[in-house]
Design a protein around this ligand. Structure first.
Ligand SMILES: CC(C)(COP(=O)(O)OP(=O)(O)OC[C@H]1O[C@@H](n2cnc3c(N)ncnc32)[C@H](O)[C@@H]1OP(=O)(O)O)[C@@H](O)C(=O)NCCC(=O)NCCS
Length: 132
C-alpha cells in the first residue's frame, strides 16, 4: 500500500525501510533508545511496517503486529522531530486504519501522552493503553 501526503510517501514496502534508519528514529524515543539493530531487524521482519519518506529519507515509522484477522498491536510510532506538527502522525494512524491486512477493531497500543492523536480515530483511553 502506498499513499502520497504533501511531499511525503507513506508505504508498507519493507524493502525501502532500512533498519539503521529506524534505529536512528528510535534512538530518540523514550521507549526504545537502546534497541539493537538485530532486534530492530526482527521487529521489521515480523510486523507490518509503515515508513514515511521525504525524498529518500525515512522521516517517520510505525509498525503493527497482527494476526490479520481480529487483533492488531500498534507500536513504535515515531516522527523525526523536524517533521512533527505537519500531520504526518495522523496520516500514519489513518494509513493503519485503511490497510487491508489490519483489522479495524481490536487495535491496541500503549502511549505515555499521545492519547489525543488516537482518540480521533475511535480509540479510547484506559491508563496508558488505548484500544478500539
Ligand atoms: C506523537 C507523534 C507521533 C505525532 O506525530 P506528528 O506528526 O507530530 O503529529 P500530527 O502533526 O499528525 O498531529 C498530531 C495531533 O495529535 C495531537 N496530539 C495529542 N497528543 C500528542 C502528543 N503527545 N504529541 C504530538 N501530538 C499530539 C496534536 O495536538 C495534533 O492534533 P491537531 O491536529 O488537532 O493539532 C510525534 O510527535 C512523535 O513522534 N512523538 C515522539 C514519539 C511518541 O511520543 N510517539 C507516540 C508513541 S504512541
Amino acid at each position: 500500500m502506498e499513499v502520497l501526503y504533501q511531499d511525503y510517501l507513506i508505504t508498507d514496502d519493507k524493502k525501502l525501510i532500512s533498519p539503521q534508519a529506524v534505529k536512528t528514529l528510535l534512538d530518540g524515543s523514550y521507549w526504545a533508545p537502546d534497541r539493537s539493530i538485530e532486534l530492530i531487524e526482527k521487529t521489521i521482519r515480523n510486523s507490518i511496517c509503515v515508513g514515511v519518506f521525504d525524498e529518500e529519507e525515512l522521516v517517520a515509522f510505525a509498525r503493527v503486529v497482527t494476526d490479520k484477522a481480529v487483533f492488531a498491536w500498534i507500536a513504535d510510532v515515531i516522527v523525526n522531530e523536524a517533521h512533527r506538527g505537519k500531520g504526518v502522525g495522523k496520516e500514519i494512524v489513518q494509513f493503519i486504519q485503511d490497510h487491508p491486512d489490519i483489522p479495524a477493531h481490536s487495535q491496541l497500543l500503549r502511549t505515555r501522552d499521545a492519547h489525543g492523536l488516537y482518540e480521533r480515530y475511535g480509540f479510547s483511553k484506559n491508563d496508558n493503553i488505548m484500544s478500539k
